[in-house]
Design a protein around this ligand. Structure first.
Ligand code: UD1
Length: 341
């Protein structure tokens, strides 16, 4: 029997790529999304890629009645919870919006999971829970979490805490936190990718929009950090690899006979500086990119990248794409939405 997986936020950036990978692995994704940060056209594009149109329930994950109805009307084999706000800067300006949506959404979906007790659940967490790593820049899952630098970060931190406490009270639950590092890139088909609303805050959408002529130049935030070239270092993970990690997470949880709670880093294991990424973008796409150095961005972590041993040993997952693949696919996607040849 085909296994149905509920994907909240399934029309969004990471969600849509995960829906594609679920189809490819024989699952039947069921999307819950209200398109507040995505577009309905994504569904047709998923069909173009996979030959299958996912079923979509239009609605808000915070709507507990709707969520309960979904659990009653569908036999779910798993739940992946993406639907949440994710702009760090906005979360500082509108903290209650972030706490209210991200925490209510998680509680709304976790309640029926706890009531039913046996449905695997995967939570979108973030490397933001590590804060600025002390000493070693390569962090593993045992690296202590630190105080988040933004309300957004706190919602992920608190999300993991809620999941931990739910598990301590109910040991039969099967739960997994995936701590994403920096997801970038797009589907190699050029049919789905990130659709930032307004001026992007994240690096790669800003790079591709600058290359497309929408912004005059990229401003690199800080070039005097104690890193390889003075710019910040991150672990950039291709979104298709990240999507595959979610399928592996569901595969793993479905195989468990007993309850479990796991936390897994999802990155490449390699640190890349902002300047290195910019140069890779220029080199791979044979395109110039104007940039200048500006002041440091408040709250930025200097350097962090993932230790990915646990992802490999627990899930049998490693990333397949590198930053070259990711910047090529990101540019391909930007060109396709702007009709650039
Ligand atoms: C942060 C969080 C990540 C979260 C993401 C959501 C950390 C370590 N990471 O990513 O968990 O999912 O926000 O938005 O907390 N940059 C520029 N110029 C720009 C834009 C960015 O130089 O115009 C630089 C930043 O200073 C940073 C790097 O590019 O060094 C990556 O920035 P960004 O893409 O915003 O991601 P993070 O802040 O690392």
């Amino acid at each position: 029997m085909v296994k149905k997986v509920l994907v909240t936020g399934g029309a969004g950036y990471i969600g849509s790529h995960t829906v594609v990978e679920l189809f490819r692995s024989g699952y039947e994704p069921l999307i819950l999304d209200d398109y507040r940060n995505s577009e309905v056209s994504v569904i047709g594009r998923i069909k173009q890629i996979t030959g299958k149109a996912p079923e979509v329930i239009l609605g808000d994950v915070c709507d507990e009645d709707l969520v309960n109805e979904i659990f009653q009307n569908h036999k779910l084999s798993g739940v992946i919870h993406f639907a949440a706000y994710k702009a760090v800067g906005e979360s500082v300006e509108k903290p209650l919006k972030y706490y209210s949506n991200n925490i209510s959404g998680l509680l709304s979906i976790l309640k029926p999971i706890c009531e039913m007790g046996n449905i695997p659940f995967v939570f979108s967490s973030s490397c933001t829970v590590y804060g600025e790593p002390q000493g070693l820049k390569e962090v593993n899952e045992q690296t202590p979490r630190s105080i988040p630098t933004s309300p957004y970060g706190y919602t992920k931190w608190l999300g993991e805490q809620i999941i931990r406490d739910a598990f301590l009270a109910q040991k039969e639950l099967r739960l997994m936190n995936l701590r994403y590092f920096n997801p970038i890139g797009a589907h190699p088909s050029g049919l789905i990718g990130e659709l930032p609303i307004g001026k992007p805050n994240n690096l790669v959408p800003f790079i591709t929009q600058t290359a497309a002529g929408i912004h005059k130049e990229l401003v690199i935030f800080g070039n005097n950090y104690p890193t390889i070239d003075g710019t910040c270092v991150r672990d950039y993970i291709h979104v298709v690899d990240l999507a595959e990690a979610h399928v592996k997470a569901i595969d793993y949880l479905l195989l468990q006979q007993k309850g479990c709670r796991e936390t897994v880093n999802i990155g490449t294991g390699t640190g890349t500086s902002v300047l290195e990424l910019v140069n890779t973008f220029k080199d791979e796409n044979k395109i110039d990119l104007k940039f200048s150095f500006g002041p440091e961005r408040p709250g930025d972590v200097i350097e962090i990248f993932a230790n990915v041993n646990y992802a490999k040993s627990l899930l049998g997952w490693t990333s397949k794409n590198d930053t070259r693949d990711a910047v090529r696919d990101a540019w391909n996607w930007e060109k396709s939405i702007r009709n650039i040849k």
